[in-house]
Design a protein around this ligand. Structure first.
Ligand code: SF4
Ligand code: SF4
Length: 228
């Protein structure tokens, strides 16, 4: 297998211009084994999009089973999903003739690329970074983008609200998992998968469901973790 590429991320501000032009080479959609995380909101959007395409998808369960792989993110087993890949060059399962076949519903990581977002500091909600990796030779010339415009088009309000909730809830889940007896962790993993990925009605808005799911999840995890 080819060695995983090394990525350097450099902080950027919204008012900065960055040299960038996508030549649609598809390079960033290859060699992505275990790299592209599918978050709750991504799975929900992909399920809605694919349901409308009449691909035999009617729920987030279908998307996760067919297109994603679960993997543990932490030593305690905190579960996430990543996109499945195909072939010797670990190509994203959604890449067709160098085009993303779910472009309108691609995961947030893909929409923001080559930028990325993380928790903010000093009163800011978010920090933004620019990734320098093996793909940079394909897109760091031939045009310029204003970071603010990029974020306006690719990081909408729903994603921001989702991430703000996620940044609050994940540390709490981590603390509870760390505190609970090891034999309870498998049960905790199933509860996280259920409330973060499966327990969504596609015909209802995402954010209120995510908020309610997080409340239910934390209540259930607290029962598995002894109080301090
Ligand atoms: S590697 Fe860069 S130029 Fe090629 S498809 Fe990805 S973003 Fe576009
Ligand atoms: S979902 Fe689309 S943009 Fe993202 S890696 Fe796959 S093909 Fe590329």
């Amino acid at each position: 297998m080819e060695e995983q590429s090394k990525t350097l991320a450099v902080s950027v501000r919204a008012k900065e211009f960055v040299s960038y032009h996508c030549s649609c080479c598809g390079h960033c959609c290859r060699h992505i084994e275990n790299c592209v995380m599918v978050e709750s909101l991504d799975a929900y959007r992909m399920a809605k999009h694919l349901r409308n395409q009449h691909c035999g998808i009617s729920s987030t369960d279908d998307v996760l089973l067919r297109y994603c792989e679960p993997m543990p993110l932490t030593d305690e087993g905190y579960p996430i999903y990543v996109l499945k890949t195909v072939g010797a060059d670990a190509t994203c399962i959604f890449l067709r003739e160098n085009q993303c076949s779910i472009y309108a519903a691609r995961p947030r990581t893909c929409r923001l690329y080559p930028f990325s977002v993380g928790p903010g500091e000093r009163g800011r909600d978010f920090e933004y970074c620019l990734c320098f990796d093996d793909n940079q030779q394909h897109h760091f010339n031939g045009g310029k983008v204003l970071v603010k415009d990029w974020l306006y088009h690719n990081f909408p309000k729903e994603d921001k609200e989702f991430l703000k909730q996620q940044y609050l809830v994940i540390p709490e889940i981590g603390r509870l998992m760390h505190r609970m007896p090891e034999e309870m962790r498998q049960a905790a993993v199933f509860k996280i998968l259920f409330y973060h990925y499966y327990h969504f009605e596609l015909d209802q808005p995402f954010l209120p469901q995510y908020e309610q799911n997080n409340r239910s999840l934390l209540n259930e995890l607290r029962k598995l973790a002894p109080s301090e």
